[in-house]
Design a protein around this ligand. Structure first.
Ligand SMILES: *Cc1c(COP(=O)(O)O)cnc(C)c1O
Length: 415
């Protein structure tokens, strides 16, 4: 692309920020600099309005027929499911299951695949997984006698592909559960290559897309994974809603995790039969407004080209990388070649939580701690890290404010 074409496609960040009311807040007397997007992203007015409008004009329980509001609610709810189907390029809305989030989605998959496992079967998970993609597998391993086999990483924070190949070579390998993007390191995993190899070996493939969808639009047919999961709240949508994409034939065969209303076809004391997909996995009254809000978030993002979002985000990451050396004693954890705009770091003489508190005093929100990735913390030999995670609505000026604040902290507090 020529510079001119790139400039023409550049986002108007000043205008975009007006779509996110919370970005105009002040914190401790300073304008908010929100760099904790990896934990939860902020919501545009389009999402707030869609949920408000739903409650004011259309709220009722869904799939009950009998009256007009029920029809309106069902239309909006199922419309949002179609929005997600299109976003993921799934074949059918039968493959799009609403969950409370990534965590619940992985629990549903783990429970569903449990009956395919026997004692000694192996579940492969990488060293950089979020606990949500480790613990459900450990619980299933406990139940079935299967074992967890970690896939190691390199010091830069990339998948160690010889470790991956070694794990895959085992005749007992059955399931690959892997993140698309690391929430701590920002590493983008070479998913196509890994999934192709896993598929050739006949493994079930489960992808944790929680950190990927704010930056990339995954095509589940091109990826050819069996399951892909994410949360609404990291994709500029509401909390309490997430998505489990699952290949239809597998989902047909899998048992549901929860029983109750909505997920049954017929109940009798002799035998209960399950509803068809996707409802089989959606026991109880679903989070209707949240689904509508997530649909609105995806529609909102759809007005921008993914290239223009990525260009803006990569400029933020590049600026942050350039400024690292302006803070003596600061070192970055996670230096993969292919990263989303996430920077984990430590500072000599300072505990991560102190960095977080001192930045907050200056209006800057980052996250500190183990980031629900303790095996990864063990690998780097740290109790936790400080993590700045950027979204497309952040500015280069905010990146500079972060580093100016870190310089000040370093001068005043690091010993
Ligand atoms: C946040 C996150 C999760 C958990 O998401 P919830 O919304 O808390 O269920 C899982 N995996 C990754 C990579 C995450 O970043």
């Amino acid at each position: 692309m020529t510079d001119l074409a790139a400039a023409g496609k550049a986002l108007d960040i000043t205008r975009i920020r007006q779509d996110f009311p919370i970005l105009s807040e002040t914190v401790n007397g300073k304008p908010l600099v929100y760099l904790d997007n990896g934990a939860s992203a902020q919501k545009p007015t389009a999402v707030l309005d869609a949920m408000d409008h739903y409650f004011r004009t259309s709220h009722s329980n869904v799939h009950r027929g009998a009256h007009t509001l029920g029809d309106r609610a069902t239309t909006l709810f199922e419309g949002a499911r179609e929005t997600v189907r299109s976003f993921l390029n799934a074949r059918s809305t039968n493959e799009v299951i609403w969950t409370r989030g990534t965590t619940e989605a992985i629990n549903v998959v783990a429970n569903g695949l449990a009956e395919t496992l026997s004692e000694g079967d192996e579940i492969l998970v990488s060293r950089m997984e979020h606990h949500a993609n480790i613990v459900p597998w450990q619980m299933i391993a406990e139940r079935t006698g299967a074992v967890i086999r970690p896939i190691e990483i390199t010091p830069a924070g990339e998948i160690d592909e010889s470790s991956f190949d070694g794990r895959l070579a085992s005749d007992r390998a059955r399931i690959l559960a892997i993140t698309h993007v690391s929430n701590v390191l920002g590493t983008v995993v070479p998913l196509e290559r890994l999934l192709t190899k896993a598929r050739e070996r006949g493994l079930y493939t489960v992808v944790d897309g929680a950190q990927a969808v704010p930056h990339y639009q995954p095509d589940v047919q091109a990826l050819a994974c069996d399951f892909y999961v994410f949360s609404g709240h990291k994709l500029f949508g509401p909390t309490g809603i997430g998505v489990l994409y699952g290949r239809e034939t597998l989902m047909e065969a899998m048992p549901p995790l929860q029983g109750g209303g909505e997920m049954i076809e017929r109940v009798s004391f002799e035998k209960t039969t399950w509803n068809t997909l996707p409802y089989k996995f959606e026991a109880g009254t679903p989070p209707v407004a949240e689904a509508v809000g997530l649909g609105a978030a995806i529609d909102y993002l759809g007005q921008f080209s993914r290239e223009s979002l990525e260009t803006a985000e990569q400029a933020l990451l590049q600026r942050a990388n350039e400024l690292v050396e302006t803070v003596p004693g600061l070192s970055v954890i996670g230096t993969a070649t292919h990263k989303v705009p996430v920077m984990s770091f430590k500072m000599e003489g300072l505990h991560p939580s102190d960095i977080g508190t001192l930045l907050d005093q200056q209006g800057i929100a980052i996250r500190t701690g183990h980031h629900c990735a303790m095996p990864l913390m063990d690998y780097y030999g740290v109790p936790g890290t400080a993590r700045a995670s950027f979204a497309f609505y952040n500015t280069l000026d905010e990146v500079e404010q972060l580093f100016q604040a870190l310089q000040k902290i370093q001068r005043l507090f690091a010993e």
